[in-house]
Ligand binder design. Sequence first.
Ligand code: DGL
Length: 278
Amino acid sequence: MDNAPIGVFDSGLGGLTVARAIIDKLPDERIVYLGDTAHTPYGPRPIAEIRELALAGLDELASRGVKMLVIACNTATAAALSDARERYWIHARIPVIEVVTPAARAAVVATRNRRIGVIGTAATIQSEAYANALAAVPGLTVVQQACPRFVEFVEAGITTGTELERVARGYLAPLREAGIDTLILGCTHYPLLTGVIGRVMGEDVALVTSSETTANVTYNELVDRDLLHEPLLPGEQPHHEFLTTDGTETFARLARRFLGPEVADVREVPVDQEGVPA
Ligand code: DGL
């Protein structure tokens, strides 16, 4: 048993989809969520810069005594996973969970025609993180597409509408033409867009998100490492904390909409990311 919180990190609001799935699966656990809203979006930034930002955010969470770190961001996973594992797992024995492998595995299980699409930020697609994760499976065709504007829409709270649908049709056309039957939403912001993405792709294409699959991995790791929180008493609620690096008002409003009423305690933290432009 370990009553310390789980640290969940994202560049902004997208990781809330992973936090939601963890809260649903593990209702006794406490979450400390950090969204690096001062630097979102990460997707268009150079990989080295994303690594620096992600490690600064993860340092902040580690300094709060978390028992596990969840990198709830594909872009940060693609840029910083091995450094994070070295820094927190090898040196501090804090297990680090990521979002790419769980989604890749789920897609392999879901596909029937072995044609898998991947959408993500520019940095995630350039990093080939998904192509590499899927390379071990013979006979797959993997079609990748960066969708840079999707994160902008989500961070602005826009998840429906004609402009979003127009943009989505443009990004997703090559994937439709490629005849994929499974689409990995390789960005934790995208589960908030499953309405429009599902409408454009059609019902025959299975959408695979990192949130559900990553929550399963989190559950298994906590059980296997004997790190579960002790059961709460009837009526007791865990106290979750939500941290942002750039103001709390918009974050709190949108986070409540995307995650729910658990978003009560929202605070701004100054994370030392010197030299990186906001
Ligand atoms: N949520 C992040 C991801 O999963 C990306 C958002 C961004 O570009 O900052 O890739």
